[in-house]
Write a protein that binds this ligand. Structure first.
Ligand code: PLP
Length: 358
């Protein structure tokens, strides 16, 4: 039996989207490939509220995270972490010989703009990296407020990991001053894993031109330059099958569901899970900074989460245990991509039934 995924990636993918990937392939140097890629970029600009260029990568989101911090740090990166994924970005910098410092807050808390200001005013940094939606703790950082601070400094490149939030909640890339905003296919976009994409500003381009040793495959400047010269074709063979699915899904998101409706649906789903969590357990994250795409529930009843998942599995559902050190202390319910209220309520009814809650 297929288990419906309520884990924060990969997510449940609509059958029509899956079917797109079974189409016969086209050559990646064909006119059709150029127009497919251009259409995807134009539509993604709408999802991100940006005029920046879009870059696609046949890697998961981590590929672009590594590429971004390496390609655009000339002096030193300040990485702000609120959990597992922020920490991972710092480790990527270190392993690529990119000078970096890590700034952390307590798990469950968000980054505040004041903290960013204090770090930037030292003058030591020329790039900051922030996780928008921390998938381990269920915290959503105030990227708009952080962006206002970053704008006070001329030479800071602002890169954002929006892997588990983009297309599930509004991110206004240009208004918030984000230079590179990264996401993966298998989270709120509702596609299979295997491709990722980011916005790439002119400032990011100009910065990368000053950085030596940007690597090859994940050198964002060379990707940018190549697609300008070659009518949006990529230097190496991209996952064309993912592009078919992405193209189809973007049309659905923008023209069938509508962006605002999609963001609202995510928020409504989030509210239901938050209320459920508060009634029977508790929320792990700071209530002022809750994620709209997943909820990390504090395991106040000390339930056996793997046992719960085993029982859920028999009924055709799967949720996620806590991440890393939070493994048994929390569990996570993702409510992203094309999840409906009906799907979610069915899940919660089953959890209540298994745990004997009412
Ligand atoms: C899933 C996730 C990642 C990793 O993305 P991959 O596509 O698996 O490489 C990074 N950051 C956040 C916030 C995530 O949720």
């Amino acid at each position: 039996m297929h288990k419906k995924l309520f884990i924060p990636g990969p997510v449940e993918v609509r059958p029509e989207v899956l079917e797109q990937m079974a189409q016969p392939l086209i050559g990646h140097r064909s006119k059709e490939a150029s127009s497919l890629q251009k259409r995807i970029s134009n539509n993604l600009r709408k999802v991100f509220f940006t005029n920046s260029e879009i870059l696609l990568s046949t890697t998961s989101g981590s590929g672009l995270m590594e590429g971004a911090i390496r390609s655009c740090t000339a002096k030193r990166a300040a990485v702000f972490s609120v959990g597992a994924f922020g920490k991972r970005w710092y480790d990527m910098a270190v392993s690529n010989n990119v000078p970096a410092d890590l700034f952390e807050v307590e798990m469950g808390q968000a980054i505040n703009a004041e903290m960013v200001n204090d770090v930037l005013k030292t003058g030591k940094y020329d790039l900051i990296a922030v996780t928008h939606n921390e998938t381990s703790t269920g915290v959503m950082n105030p990227i708009d407020e952080i962006g206002e601070i970053v704008k006070k400094y001329d030479d800071i490149i602002f890169i954002v990991d929006a892997v588990s939030s983009a297309a599930g909640t509004k991110i206004e890339v240009d208004k918030w001053g984000i230079d590179i905003c990264i996401t993966s296919s298998q989270k709120a976009l509702g596609l299979p894993p295997g491709i990722s994409l980011c916005t790439f500003s002119q400032r990011a381009k100009e910065r990368a031109e000053k950085v030596k040793n940007r690597g090859t495959y994940l050198d964002l400047l060379s990707l940018y330059n190549y697609i300008q010269k070659k009518d949006y074709q990529y230097p190496s063979t991209p996952s064309i099958s993912h592009m078919f699915a992405l193209d189809y899904q973007l049309d659905y998101i923008l023209n069938k569901e509508g962006l605002e409706n999609r963001f609202n649906r995510h928020l409504e789903l989030a509210k239901v899970v938050r209320n459920w969590a508060k009634k029977y357990f508790d929320l792990f994250a700071d209530e002022n900074h809750l994620s709209n795409t997943l909820t990390t529930v504090k395991n106040t009843r000390n339930i056996d989460i793997s046992e719960l998942n085993k029982e859920l599995g028999k009924r055709g559902f799967v949720i996620s245990n806590g991440y890393g050190s939070l493994k048994d202390k929390t569990f996570r319910i993702a409510h992203m991509a094309d999840c409906t209220m009906e799907d979610l309520e069915e899940l919660l009814v089953n959890i209540n039934d298994i745990l004997g809650l009412d």
